[in-house]
Design a protein around this ligand. Sequence first.
Ligand code: C2E
Ligand code: CA
Ligand code: CA
Ligand code: CA
Length: 276
Amino acid sequence: AKHAGRSTFAWYTPDMDADAQKRKEIEAGLAKALKFDQFELLFQPQYSLSDNKLKAYESLIRWNHPTKGYIAPDVFIPIAEDCGLISSIGDWVLEQACREASTWKDPALRVAVNVSAAQFLSGDTVHKVAHALQTSGLAAERLEIEITESLLISNTEKVVETLNKIRDMGVSIAMDDFGTGYSSLSYLSKFPFDKIKIDRSFIHNLGQDASTDAIVTSIIGLGRSLDVTITAEGVENQEQVTLLRAAGCNLVQGFLYGRPDTVQSHERLMAERDAK
Ligand code: C2E
Ligand code: CA
Ligand code: CA
Ligand code: CA
């Protein structure tokens, strides 16, 4: 109905009513979710291609709603960004991820935390990162902040300054979803990154069409020449691994290596694999 053309009033549909209703419900629910401890963090492993070793976990939030069950972050994070709740949710994620990582048996394992642009810009991110490290006792070198291009569109100087302060603490910065935005390449020279995560839409088509293979190979080559670590996300099969390894990709993350889950479940699976 949105495309109904001339009739300017035809944009309104019962569907939109339902959408707006759903948004309102989610907004109201989000406020309660923090209070009633309904958020959980799951962790997805990242492996090094050179030695096949586990190097890090990315933390991914889940909302365990009392009546609706699990709600995906793609559904509620954008709403939390719009209504301002992202700041307190993001604080919880940062603190919780650092706290949990500080209990891991392997003291070299790193933890990657997603920080949305709205969250990054909403408060004193430097102070928040420092606080999460301090209260958890996690070494700064074990923390990695994942940001997306949407942060880099505005306020360049302030963002660069903040990113540099975070890096000065010893925390590393990863650019998430690389290649999906308007000017990923130009941001590489303007902003200080330690790592690039090639978006899973590219990895999905790897080995399927020659142009995707060429793009992925170039991103990896570019990363190597800029001395930036490259992670491929959404790795689902061995053919992708073969291509990524040949291109010189550093780290891999995806269902082939493990789905987002509790660290205990990952450890159990790894122990079973080792026993075989
Ligand atoms: P993302 O940061 O790009 O996270 C990767 C997403 O890809 C995760 O979805 C993960 O489950 C999924 N994924 C991983 N491997 C594979 C694979 O092999 N195949 C496929 N098809 N998918 C794979 P998830 O957990 O639903 O998260 C979606 C997005 O929500 C994240 O995308 C991130 O942008 C956002 N998000 C998640 N947790 C947080 C958080 O704590 N804070 C903020 N601000 N955003 C978060
Ligand atoms: Ca991410
Ligand atoms: Ca991503
Ligand atoms: Ca994403």
